[in-house]
Ligand binder design. Structure first.
Ligand SMILES: [Zn+2]
Length: 422
């Protein structure tokens, strides 16, 4: 490690309180779907305070709606923004970098089940608790201050740097698509998702769907003449479970052969009926299904639809009242990358020089915004982030020491990939 690099790492260590404080201020913003404006404002003013040039990038624009990676969604995208901060190059000769993180969080569920209020960030025993503490506001704070540390140490970069804080990572991927459509891209892209200090090489495709069924309403005393739409969901869900099993054993790519049950179906919402004593006239269930890299979205969508319709054919009522299958939100395909891409090697070297050990490779069973950069960007993109627990669950928390490690590794990466200018 050079003396310049050591100086930068000392600066990052000195910024640790700022990193944790910024994380807490972001966690205090309950940025669930449609409610991201507060977190976007906190991010925007932090970037400005640290002397980045910022722009708000709306989800609602012609360039986004016509982008091949755009996923149609049933909720409003009007007035909802991503925020980008840029640090221009002060010389030539380096390689450009983009650091991406998502500001949106999933619902906290029943807050009463949490040890601490989910949107009141609370530190205990070296961990920070709160919805989004791990996924992924601490990563955003770490990457922002890693970039800031370069300048605070008295350096510039020999290539442009972009910081993109996006929304809709948890439902469509449209935020990252919007920033790409606005022209923000780079030769290396790092995303501090909370999968730990590993280099992500493979991720699955993910799709969302919903199935609507009609029944025949009656009073329960004549239940024999009614058809309960909620109960008619059962055979369809069972058929999807069989489809999930089939997918787990169908053309499994090499990267996933040692992963137990990589393909997962989740039925996440079920709604229907309107009265305990009335046979339910309607029901809808919503789900998420993953699929292997190399599988085309249209192909998996057609297979899912055929699975539902085949199951419906076996039921006298459903055969005459076919369920409606719709698709919205995620339509993200998976991808696999070689583990020795130049950006990955540089990142691995940074981790090694700080810890003395090589970074493990990570094969993911979910999707991230890497998908946008892989399919529609120009760079080598991966995730490397802090250690978190219970993301999307109760008592989500992030290990603060690991957040500091991400900030140090990213700062070192920027120094080596973009090249320092004194
Ligand atoms: Zn995430």
């Amino acid at each position: 490690m050079t003396a310049q690099e050591k100086r930068i790492l000392e600066i990052v260590t000195g910024l640790s309180d700022d990193i944790f404080d910024f994380t807490s201020r972001l966690v205090a913003q309950p940025s669930t779907l449609g409610n991201e404006a507060g977190a976007v404002a906190v991010m925007n003013s932090e970037l400005q305070k640290l002397d980045f040039t910022t722009s708000l990038i709306p989800l609602e624009s012609e360039d986004v709606l016509s982008h091949p990676g755009y996923a149609s969604v049933p909720w409003s995208i009007s007035g909802r923004n991503n925020v980008v901060g840029t640090m221009p190059a002060v010389a030539n000769g380096g390689r450009s970098a983009l650091l991406n993180g998502h500001l949106d969080v999933v619902s906290a569920g029943n807050g009463a089940l949490w040890r601490h209020d989910p949107f009141t960030p609370t530190e205990a025993d070296g961990w920070l608790y709160g919805r989004g503490a791990g996924d992924m506001k601490s990563g955003i704070a770490a990457m922002t201050y890693a970039a800031h540390a370069i300048r605070k140490a008295g350096f510039g970069l020999a290539a442009p740097l972009t910081i993109a804080a996006v929304i809709e990572e948890e439902c469509s991927g449209n935020g990252a698509i919007a920033t790409l459509a606005a022209g923000y891209d780079a030769e290396a892209v790092l995303i501090p998702e909370p999968f730990g200090p590993t280099i992500l090489t493979d991720q699955l495709g993910v799709m969302w769907f919903k199935v609507h069924l009609a029944g025949r309403p009656t009073h329960v005393l004549q239940a024999g003449s009614g058809v309960n739409a909620i109960e008619k969901c059962y055979p369809l869900i069972l058929a999807l479970r069989e489809f999930e099993e089939e997918l787990n054993h169908d053309r499994v790519p090499l990267a996933y052969r040692n992963t137990h049950h990589p393909i997962n179906l989740n039925i996440g919402i079920i709604e229907g009926g309107d009265w305990p004593s009335t046979v339910a006239a309607e029901a809808t269930f919503h789900g998420r299904l993953s699929f292997f890299p190399g599988t085309d979205y249209t192909d998996i969508r057609n297979r899912l639809e055929a699975t539902i319709l085949r199951a419906a054919e076996k039921d006298e009522w459903l055969r005459r009242n076919l369920p409606e299958v719709d698709f919205y939100g995620f339509r993200s395909e998976g991808h696999s990358l070689p583990s020795d891409l130049p950006a990955f090697q540089v990142l691995d070297g940074c981790h090694h020089d700080i810890t003395g050990i090589a970074a493990e490779r990570y094969i993911s069973t979910c999707t991230t915004d890497l998908r946008a950069y892989h399919f529609y960007g120009k760079g080598q993109a991966t995730c490397f982030g802090p250690v978190a627990e219970n993301i999307h669950g109760t008592d989500e928390r992030v290990h603060l020491e690991s957040v500091l490690h991400v900030a140090k590794t990213y700062a070192l990466f920027l120094a080596r990939w973009c090249h320092l200018v004194e």
